[in-house]
Design a protein. Structure first.
Length: 452
């Protein structure tokens, strides 16, 4: 509608101008070189307008002729860039499809057509990785470090390669350099946290963990558990350095974060015992037992009650049974205390109850021990041990990554080095138990501290 109105207005203006000229006739006379040219004003005006239009057309034509070489060059360059970007796109698609040959071919073509090393180097590096040419890929990624706009991509490629070949020292250094360039990148913070934790740099890992949680790289609940594990490791480290107060403070913080986390509760109870605070230590075990009965807690409770006589210990272990009356660990813990006190009947009663809840190797061995100590019956003891051979496996601290079994909990798996991977469960594969001397130095010290 608006366009129609605008057209009508322009047409009205033209008609008005024509009428105005018709109503005001006149003559134009030109004297030049002895010639006299006479015409009406309207014709002269039209000729002037035509001359101006012809001059404008001539100017544009001449300008186009003069600019033709440059326009041709720009056109050819645009065609070349278009072909280069097409090759780059096809190369990226080939990388995504795992077609190493096509990816390498398109990388070379794009490199020849485009004068943009940041894009072509990345494609060339990815193509080399697909073909298994790690040396060439590293060269491309290293070359990318020289350009500010590609330095982060180069570091990421080198970091990925270092992790792939298991060079964690180099990977940690590269991850820290990458964080200096892009400090809030979620995947990088998660990777850096894992590398720092595996390296045993607990304080740095704790700071990076907080950043990773804020960036959304690690869920809040997972982050809470990871922080509790880091605090426990810092507790072990402080104890090795003779800083008992710091060791106790870190263990207390870990327990406060996760009250039902068995390693934290057991660790805190033992440190409280070492500090002579037996009553708080007992409370820690009793409260945690209600949430997660566990053999490590029972061992810690025995340390708490070490100064009591055997009969008193039995009475106190009954507190654990009241916290979780239907759990197998409650009956085993009380049966163990009864065996120490030579209360054979009570021990047998709780072992039988535990057997009805969940048979295991440990239960049958305790029943064999009961037969030897109470009745000196080797035949009955051997019968129980024979049943133990076919019983379900006892739960143990088992790595969720490699399925290796550890004799004691630790933040690092002594077999594969995974952080926070130990779970209390029955192993699903036949693997060798990791002896305390086999893990790396850090993990060994942690195991010894836990067992102390």
């Amino acid at each position: 509608m608006i366009r129609a109105l605008w057209f009508i207005l322009k047409l009205a203006a033209v008609i008005a101008a024509a009428v105005w000229l018709v109503e005001r006739p006149g003559m134009v006379s030109v004297h030049w070189l002895g010639y006299v040219v006479e015409m009406s004003f309207t014709v002269a005006l039209l000729l002037a307008l035509a001359a101006m239009g012809l001059a404008a057309f001539g100017y544009r034509f001449l300008r186009s002729v003069l600019r033709a070489p440059g326009s041709i060059r720009r056109y050819r360059r645009s065609r070349v860039r278009e072909a280069g970007y097409r090759a780059l796109t096809q190369g990226m698609v080939a990388v995504a499809a795992g077609d190493a040959v096509t990816a390498r071919k398109m990388a070379r073509k794009a490199d020849g057509l485009l004068n943009e090393p940041p894009l072509t180097m990345l494609l060339s590096a990815q193509a080399a990785q697909l073909q298994g040419d790690d040396r060439a890929a590293q060269q491309y990624f290293t070359a990318m470090l020289d350009r500010p706009e590609t330095a982060f991509l180069g570091l990421r490629g080198l970091l990925t390669h270092a992790i792939k070949i298991g060079d964690r020292v180099e990977a940690l250094e590269l991850a820290r350099k990458a964080r200096a360039l892009q400090p809030n990148t979620p995947w990088l913070l998660g990777t850096l946290y894992d590398l720092e934790a595996r390296a045993g740099d607990w304080a740095s890992a704790e700071g990076t963990l907080q950043q990773a949680i804020q960036a959304g790289a690690i869920p809040t609940e997972d982050g809470r558990r990871h922080r509790a594990v880091l605090l426990l490791e810092r507790s072990f480290e402080a104890e090795r350095r003779g800083r008992s107060d710091a060791a106790l403070a870190h263990a207390q913080s870990a327990h406060d974060l996760l009250p039902g986390f068995v390693p934290a509760a057991a660790r805190l109870a033992r440190l409280l015992v070492a500090a002579g605070r037996l009553k708080p230590a007992a409370k820690v075990v009793e409260r945690t037992w209600k949430q997660a009965p566990h053999p490590d807690l029972a061992e810690a409770y025995r340390e708490v009650l070490g100064s009591y006589d055997a009969l008193t210990r039995v009475k106190l272990f009954e507190k654990l049974l009241t916290q979780a009356p239907n759990h197998v660990e409650s009956h085993i813990a009380l049966a163990r205390a009864a065996l120490d006190a030579k209360l054979w009947g009570e021990a047998r009663d709780h072992l039988k109850r535990a057997l009805g809840i969940e048979p295991s190797h440990r239960l049958y061995r305790l029943l064999a021990e009961l037969e030897r100590n109470e009745r000196h019956d080797e035949t009955a003891a051997r019968d129980w041990l024979a049943k133990a051979a076919n019983a379900p496996a006892d739960p143990a601290w088992t790595c969720g990554s490699c399925n290796a079994v550890s004799h004691a909990w630790g933040g690092l798996c002594g077999h594969c080095g995974a952080f926070d991977s130990l779970e209390w469960k029955a192993p699903t594969l036949a693997v060798s138990l990791m002896e305390p001397g086999l893990p790396p130095a850090t993990a060994t010290a942690l195991v010894k501290s836990t067992a102390a």
